[in-house]
Ligand binder design. Structure first.
Ligand SMILES: NC(=O)c1ccc[n+]([C@@H]2O[C@H](COP(=O)([O-])OP(=O)(O)OC[C@H]3O[C@@H](n4cnc5c(N)ncnc54)[C@H](O)[C@@H]3O)[C@@H](O)[C@H]2O)c1
Ligand SMILES: O=C(O)CC[C@@H](O)C(=O)O
Length: 396
């Protein structure tokens, strides 16, 4: 039976055809929303989404879902803890839309400095106001703080350096791959910045990070750009900070963003002249959508042909493994079963296991990560099997 793939978001036609050519049954339903998915994904093996929310109900209701691919970077629209409980892989396409988001970020930076959206709006309303719009400060020599220097943050840094800006960064990991000053504390970095741009994932640690306290560190009249996720900013505190400090702000993401591709929108940000909002278009260039779709197809192809999941995001980063048992053995039926039986009798959980065959197929090596130590008696029992070549056991 063919594997069934449901694509529940906009996806370029060319790549849908590539999936069909892999002999998969492909269902393309770009208009599905969060509430449609529990039924629509009930019977599929692979689910591909962009911003469509994959909630707990969709995951719990699915009968054979095995892989969810986020055709993009952030995976916060997927109920990963529910997927973990059912052993459903979640993968994403890191970096594929980074240039597109960086380009939008630079565009917003210039838009803020030169009041471009207001210029255009006035012109459309028959108003000419060269005086009012001749107050841009210029970007050269200004200090930019990049919060989250991952794939997108790095692309922003490269472009800002070409604009001859002073570029500083803050990340939980050491910043590598771009020559910018690395700050460890926000209260040291933010007071220096003329412009702050946020490129963080939505996680419990980043939720509400930009609150009253963070805004208190920012310069009066600074620009703030957020093209990452809305919940990193506390909206009420932002509105307060705009009043107090005359911050000017550009957002590609905001609270209450509509799920659908078009329709009405209502937000307290709408009537504030210091705020520009774009329609979550960071990733929406033709180049980025093609790159993301190509990567999605590649992930599916690799999975179908080898069972390997590339960019698997819900693989445990740490396990309870405390001991490593390595058994070299002759590659014959029943040998591993006898080793596993000894471990089972000792009531020890195997956290990870890998069996690798030497060239020629005569010998093999099985590496097991154990929660508890194997006893001397167990190791003796394993070694006594005539098909076992050697046994080693260490604490890790
Ligand atoms: N507007 C859009 O259309 C659009 C498109 C793509 C991505 N995004 C958003 O942008 C985010 C970033 O994307 P990316 O591709 O650069 O991701 P990435 O994973 O490459 O980079 C994120 C960086 O943030 C750092 N980080 C994580 N938690 C942190 C913390 N608590 N403090 C400091 N640094 C922290 C990570 O170490 C990493 O370097 C995505 O998670 C997504 O939510 C939005
Ligand atoms: O697919 C989109 O349009 C948004 C994608 C973006 O938010 C991402 O995290 O990659």
């Amino acid at each position: 039976m063919k594997l069934k793939v449901l694509i529940a978001d906009k996806f370029p036609e060319k790549y849908i055809q590539e999936l069909k050519d892999l002999d998969l049954e492909v269902i393309y339903e770009p208009k599905l929303g969060e509430n449609d998915l529990p039924k629509a994904a009930e019977d599929v093996d692979i689910l591909v989404v962009r911003s469509t929310v994959v909630n707990e109900e969709t995951i719990n209701n699915s009968k054979k879902l095995n892989l969810i691919i986020r055709a993009g970077s952030g995976v916060n629209n997927i109920a990963i803890s529910a997927a973990n409980k059912k052993g459903i892989y979640v993968a994403n396409c890191p970096g594929m839309n980074a240039v597109a988001v960086a380009e939008l970020t630079i565009g917003l930076m210039i838009a803020l400095d030169r009041f471009i959206p207001d210029n255009v709006a006035d012109f459309r309303n028959g108003i000419w106001n060269k005086d009012k719009y001749s107050k841009g400060k210029g970007l050269k020599g200004k200090t930019l703080g990049i919060i989250g220097v991952g794939n997108i943050g790095k692309e922003v840094a490269k472009r800002a350096l070409a604009f001859e800006m002073n570029v500083y960064g803050k990340d939980i990991s050491r910043i590598e791959g771009v020559q910018i000053k690395d700050f460890s504390e926000m209260d040291q970095l933010l007071p220096l910045c003329d412009i702050v741009t946020i490129h963080l994932p939505a996680t419990p640690q980043t939720k509400g990070l930009f609150n009253k306290q963070m805004f208190s560190y920012m310069k009066n009249g600074a620009y703030l750009i957020n093209t990452s996720r809305h919940d990193i900013i506390v909206e009420e505190d932002l509105l307060e900070a705009i009043k107090e400090k005359n911050l000017r702000v550009a957002l590609d993401v905001f609270k209450g963003e509509p799920e659908g591709k078009s329709g009405e929108v209502k937000s307290p940000l709408q009537n504030n002249p210091n705020i520009y909002v774009t329609h979550h278009i960071g990733a929406s260039t033709e180049q980025a959508q093609d790159a993301v779709a190509e990567e999605t197809v590649r992930i599916i192809k690799h999975y179908v042909h080898s069972g390997v999941i590339d960019h698997w995001v819900n693989r445990a980063k740490v396990t309870d493994a405390k001991y490593q048992l390595v058994v070299k053995h002759y590659d014959k039926p029943g040998v591993l079963a006898s080793v596993l039986d000894v471990i089972r009798q000792g009531n020890i959980n195997i956290e990870e296991i890998e069996n690798i065959i030497f060239e020629g197929g005569i010998a093999a090596c099985c590496t097991m990560k154990l929660k508890l130590p194997a006893t001397a008696e167990m190791l003796k029992q394993i070694s006594e099997n005539p098909n076992v070549i050697s046994v080693s056991h260490v604490e890790i």
